[in-house]
Design a protein around this ligand. Structure first.
Ligand code: B1M
Length: 241
């Protein structure tokens, strides 16, 4: 009890704005671990005030902190409720970064529908990809989590995107990407869209095996390849009449 009390006091004593950049980032990793949303929001704002770019805050403070949470979740040190709190804290920071990441002011260079596949409720990575694509000048339609073939088809029909993006974080849900792509082939619409897939358990080989046009390791890579793929496709369409 005395130890707990001391820890609370110690936490209360920390004034985030008085920490230097390195200490603050480290503290944010700890606060993310402890699921402290308010502190993450405050830390994010402080780093931005110190002229950190939104992408640097995202990668060094938030994504890195979440990576540590992931390791301890895997090793059975953290459990689902704690990880949910960490995810909620991360979302607090992401809400501040979102408009900055997408603040390009350029006319949309393409449209993307993105969603996590059926049976899978992980959405942090997918949200990041959406944000980065917005940042790269895309109009993004995020259809959320747990999407069936019908959900993806409905969104494609409604938004007519250049790209369909699918995310999966579980080895048990990633095969569903093939179900969606196979149905696109069956309905003769596969070639109407660029299909990009991503998520921690995937790799290039898996992307090829399910028949996607590309696999993206992370959000930055997605933001890199997506515009190039849309340009190439449009050029091809123009050349072929
Ligand atoms: Co889950 N979970 N989880 N989880 N969870 C993992 C994925 C796991 C690896 C943890 C572990 O054991 N180490 C493990 C999967 C093991 C496996 O399949 N082999 C796991 C498990 C087992 C589970 C449950 C089954 C646990 C349980 O209930 N027993 C359960 C499943 C629920 C379900 O989906 N049906 C579950 C639940 C949860 C929470 C709800 C608690 C929470 C999700 C909260 C949320 O998303 N709103 C959660 C979390 C947070 C994680 C970890 C810790 C972190 C995931 C994350 O957000 N990473 C994760 C461990 C880990 O991955 N380190 C884990 C940060 C994010 C920025 O990275 O999502 O990889 P990531 O996205 C990256 C890239 O992958 C890529 O870009 C993103 C940004 O750079 N990318 C794309 C992702 N999607 C893309 C799409 C694209 C392109 C790139 O398309 C164009």
């Amino acid at each position: 009890m005395a130890m707990e009390h001391a820890a609370v006091l110690e936490e209360e004593d920390i004034v985030l704005s008085e920490l230097d950049d390195g200490e603050l980032v480290e503290q944010m990793h700890e606060d993310l671990y402890d699921g402290l949303r308010e502190e993450i929001v405050e830390g994010t704002s402080i780093l931005l005030e110190r002229n950190w770019g939104a992408e640097k805050v995202l990668n060094e403070a938030l994504v890195e902190g979440m990576r540590i949470v992931g390791i301890d979740f895997r090793d059975g040190i953290l459990f689902v409720p704690e990880v949910l709190l960490a995810a909620n804290a991360m979302k607090g920071g992401m809400e501040i970064l979102r408009p900055l990441l997408s603040e390009t002011g350029v006319k949309p260079i393409g449209k993307m529908v993105i969603g996590t596949v059926k049976g899978d409720i992980h959405d942090i990575g997918k949200n990041l990809v959406g944000m980065m694509l917005e940042g790269a000048g895309f109009e993004v339609f995020d259809i959320g989590i747990n999407n069936s073939v019908e959900d993806y088809f409905e969104a494609m029909e409604k938004h007519r995107p250049d790209i369909l993006g699918m995310s999966a974080l579980l080895t048990t849900t990633m095969p569903y990407m093939k179900v969606v792509i196979d149905e696109m082939v069956k309905q003769n619409i596969r070639d109407d869209y660029i299909v990009l897939v991503g998520g921690a358990p995937l790799n290039e080989e898996f992307g090829r095996a399910v028949g996607a046009d590309g696999y993206c390791r992370d959000a930055a890579q997605a933001a890199d390849v997506a515009p190039a793929m849309v340009r190439t496709r449009r050029l091809g369409a123009a050349v072929n009449g």
